[in-house]
Design a protein around this ligand. Sequence first.
Ligand SMILES: Nc1nc2c(ncn2[C@@H]2O[C@H](COP(=O)(O)OP(=O)(O)OP(=O)(O)O)[C@@H](O)[C@H]2O)c(=O)[nH]1
Ligand SMILES: C[C@H](OP(=O)(O)O)C(=O)O
Length: 213
Amino acid sequence: MIAVVPFKYRNPKTRLAKILSLDERKKLAMTMLRDVLSALSGVDRVTVVVPDDESVKACSFINAKFENAEVVMDDRNLDDLVNYFIDSHGEVAVVMADLPLLNEKILSKFFETDGDVVIAPGRKGGTNMLLVRNRMFRVSYHYGSFMKHLAIAKSRKLKVVVFDSFYSSIDIDDESDILELLIHGEGKESYKFLSSIMSVDCSSKDPYIKRRT
Ligand SMILES: Nc1nc2c(ncn2[C@@H]2O[C@H](COP(=O)(O)OP(=O)(O)OP(=O)(O)O)[C@@H](O)[C@H]2O)c(=O)[nH]1
Ligand SMILES: C[C@H](OP(=O)(O)O)C(=O)O
């Protein structure tokens, strides 16, 4: 089986632009990719798919550090490129590059889960990981893709299974996700980077993040 990791380095994580500079968002995107690739180190073949030369360049560390991973440039939009991998491979796992809390144990369980389509939902309605074993399935990312993917699988009479995992549900999109990473991410490269510029303040009932001065 092939695991596909879509990754975009140019102007990444725009929903964090209010609290992180462009350089910080790039650093975060890159360290999260490293965390995801580390979690995927037990998988035979990992293909990081990037849309442009800038992203290819940013991924030049991969060959030396991750033996099982290759970088492929493909400038199709997310849906078209994932549908292409479904068509050409039949069985494919799609793991987003913004899931730094993943680990090998969760991924093994995910890959072993039965079903034509296995979906690991994001906590805000996205599709953080997807395992497709039937070429009839099509993806439609963004705008609440979890519910769309359930509906697509049902309409094509495919057996769909929802994979239930806290760590795989945390994709880093907004401020509340940064809080989750700072609470749960100790040991991760992205945690190390973020905790150098931010901390968790627990002085009120709900913890919140603040910049280090
Ligand atoms: N190859 C490729 N990967 C993409 C593309 N758009 C998003 N991704 C990756 O898909 C995953 C999920 O995307 P988003 O959560 O929207 O990430 P993002 O586009 O950096 O963040 P926002 O600007 O906040 O939407 C991340 O790992 C991105 O790097 C794309 O057009 N091509
Ligand atoms: C890729 C996309 O990410 P989101 O926009 O939900 O973060 C999705 O999961 O559909």
